[in-house]
Design a protein around this ligand. Structure first.
Ligand code: COA
Length: 143
């Protein structure tokens, strides 16, 4: 069964390995130091199956509207509902959320739309390879 739990410091190496298998240099992969910081200061949930981390989601909680900063599911675990389970968890735990996503990442955009996220604006050339970002928010009527 898939288990969702707050990550802890002993997960850093495994999270970093997952991160580097999912994100290339154009997608700001988090370093071990970044994971150490976020585990201690932010909300970082891991999805564990069979004692392995299949995915994680990171929410920066110090903003007025908490920001989903990263979401990753390992290549071998894709399409099994891990991403949906992680988004469901943060939607249960936060009333309002915002995020940026690459305009060419249709899988992620469809996933966020399923949970009621709506595009607020397009940020031109947001990523190092000049790709635009969509800024998406949930419960925008409450803003
Ligand atoms: C985006 C990502 C997190 C989805 O995780 P996942 O566990 O494979 O997703 P799920 O199995 O929970 O699928 C959830 C929804 O995502 C969308 N989706 C996921 N994979 C898809 C694919 N290959 N094609 C089309 N839609 C897809 C669908 O809307 C799907 O809903 P459905 O099953 O009802 O059709 C995963 O593909 C990933 O880690 N991608 C690389 C990192 C990334 O893009 N992160 C988001 C950055 S903001």
């Amino acid at each position: 069964m898939l288990n969702l739990q707050q990550a802890n410091l002993s997960d850093i190496s495994e999270l970093c390995e997952l991160e580097n298998s999912v994100f290339d240099e154009f997608n700001f992969p988090l370093s071990k130091a970044n994971f150490r910081y976020h585990i201690q200061k932010n909300y970082l949930i891991k999805a564990v199956y069979d004692e392995q981390i299949w995915g994680y989601i990171l929410v920066l909680i110090k903003f007025k509207v908490p920001r989903i900063y990263s979401l990753a599911v390992s290549n071998k675990a894709r399409g099994k509902g891990v991403g949906k389970a992680l988004i469901q968890k943060v939607c249960d735990d936060f009333v309002r959320l915002r995020l940026e996503v690459r305009a060419d990442n249709q899988n992620a955009i469809s996933l966020y739309e399923k949970f009621g996220f709506k595009t607020q604006k397009i940020i031109k050339n947001y990523y190092p390879d000049s790709c635009d970002a969509l800024e998406m928010t949930k419960a925008q009527d409450a803003f």
